[in-house]
Design a protein around this ligand. Structure first.
Ligand code: SAH
Ligand code: SF4
Ligand code: F3S
Length: 449
């Protein structure tokens, strides 16, 4: 045994998967995960720099580790992910208690970097860009997958879109796709070990180019026995092809949910953001997707307070939200990212105004989500059970194919199985339901889909 390791993860699903991968390769080399910082011999902070808040949170948490290092000088502290890529050795200049800085393309080198640090004693910094395929190809061990029946697979990394506000192309690099043979093989192996849901990940999956198109890749995965559900994220509206839309009509395992960020409802702001679509083409996509799969659920990302967003532009964003009726909306206050194109625009919306807009927008969305959830009461949905409810150990929770969370009374052995659940109550962000078989006191087996 080499020691105990703890990884802190910030940011998106890509980073969650990267952390699962690091735990997996470290455990293969003899490292054991721990939740105790006092016990840890290696602490990794897998960071995100998409907004200033995420950036500051990670930096302050790195700072908080200083006393642990003082108490135990052999402790190794590593910073990985997007801040590591962006700041490189500056992190060590500012915080000399950091030992390792590993960029987004060098994740597969975590074990080597730790060995190098132990042997050489000096700091190890590697933020080289280029060959990221070895990192993308690491298959996480099932023990570190949460939940173990859902496998996230990186199909590509990086982004060529350069939305004017966004740091991601600078910290993840240009788009690189993995070969499709490796992806399908990985999905097959997961299916053989009991995985029920495949979740394909990339910054812009629609422009996947690993030998076949993204819709073709979906069709290959749809053919794998044992897989019940397929999901993917993130899609860029400008790359939503008719072929991909048609998949929602033809692939029975493809879940009836899509995350399709729109960012703004104003054409003028969309142009300033360099999003390369208009409000009208976005709404057309929504319509086409609804035609392909009438019960499809939408989620999206939106930014308020982008430079030049006047009252009219903001109103158009609200209107778009009311028109589409998203199930779920991730809304953000615009945050200047140094080095991006928009950083040179005047941050014209006052901070109080940004907050006001965000609050109003979120309350509009809350009402829509609740209305949608209420319309589901009385209906029955297949729910893939993910785990035990946080608030009530007699309840389990899972997701419908539309990606809504459902809590219901049932034994823990249902985790990883699909059960038909009748919805009895709508909550602001979830549903409550019941299964005839699992009324308290009942012991019959559930319906297995
Ligand atoms: N590739 C994905 C994810 C990008 S980051 C995509 O294109 O959707 C996730 C979300 O963070 C973005 O969709 C955007 O809404 C938000 N975001 C990115 N940069 C931001 C910034 N500078 N300020 C506020 N929100 C930002
Ligand atoms: Fe950022 Fe735009 Fe690329 Fe998404 S598509 S990662 S928002 S640059
Ligand atoms: Fe953050 Fe990097 Fe993801 S900046 S959102 S962790 S790609």
């Amino acid at each position: 045994m080499k020691g105990y390791v703890k990884i802190f993860t910030y940011g998106c699903q890509m980073n969650d998967l990267d952390s699962q991968k690091m735990y997996s390769i470290l455990s293969r080399e003899g490292w054991e995960p721990t939740e105790s910082l006092k016990e840890a011999d290696l602490i990794i902070l897998n960071t995100c720099s998409v907004r200033q808040k995420a950036y500051e949170k990670a930096l302050s948490n790195i700072g908080r580790l200083r006393p642990y290092k003082k108490r135990k000088p052999s402790l190794i502290i590593a910073v990985t992910g997007c801040i590591a890529q962006q700041k490189g050795s500056d992190i060590i200049s500012r915080m000399p208690h950091v030992d390792i800085v590993l960029g987004t393309h060098q994740l597969h080198r975590i074990c080597t970097a730790v060995e190098e640090k132990r042997e050489e004693n000096g700091p190890v910094v590697d933020t080289r860009f280029g060959e990221c395929i070895p990192s993308l190809k690491i298959v996480p061990h099932q023990a570190f997958m949460v939940p173990t029946h859902r496998a996230y697979i990186n199909i590509m990394q990086g982004c060529n879109n350069y939305c004017s506000y966004c740091i991601v192309p600078y910290v993840r690099g240009r788009e690189i796709s993995r070969d499709h043979f490796g992806i399908v093989e990985e999905a097959r192996r997961h299916a053989d070990s009991g995985v029920r849901e495949i979740f394909l990940l990339g910054q812009n999956v629609n422009s996947y180019s690993g030998g076949i198109s993204f819709p073709e890749l979906l069709r290959c995965i749809n053919d794998i026995g044992g897989i019940e559900r397929i999901r993917f994220t993130t899609s860029h509206p400008k790359d939503m092809s008719d072929d991909l839309i048609a998949c929602f009509g033809s692939l029975e395992k493809l879940c009836n949910h899509i995350h399709l960020p729109f960012q703004s409802g104003s054409d003028r702001v969309l142009r300033l953001m360099n999003r390369q679509y208009t409000r009208e083409t976005y709404l057309e996509l929504i319509e086409k997707l609804r035609q392909a799969r009438p019960d499809i659920a939408f989620s999206a990302d939106v930014i308020v307070g982008f430079p030049g967003e006047d009252d009219e532009a903001y109103r158009q964003t609200l209107e778009l939200i009311r028109e589409v009726r998203f199930d779920l909306l991730y809304s953000f206050r615009y945050s200047i990212r140094p080095g991006t194109e928009a950083a040179s625009l005047e941050d014209s919306v006052a901070p109080e105004e940004k907050s006001l807009r965000l609050r109003e927008l979120q309350s509009v969305q809350r009402a829509i989500t609740l209305e949608i959830n209420r319309s589901r009461v009385g209906l029955t949905y297949p729910v893939l059970v993910d785990g035990v409810s946080v608030r009530n150990a007699e309840q389990v929770y899972g997701r419908t194919t539309q990606n809504t969370i459902v809590n219901f009374t049932g034994p823990h052995r249902l985790i990883g199985r699909t059960v038909d659940v009748r919805i009895t109550r709508a909550n602001p962000n979830s549903l409550t339901g019941e299964t005839a078989e699992y009324e308290p006191g009942h012991t019959r087996l559930p319906i297995q889909v």
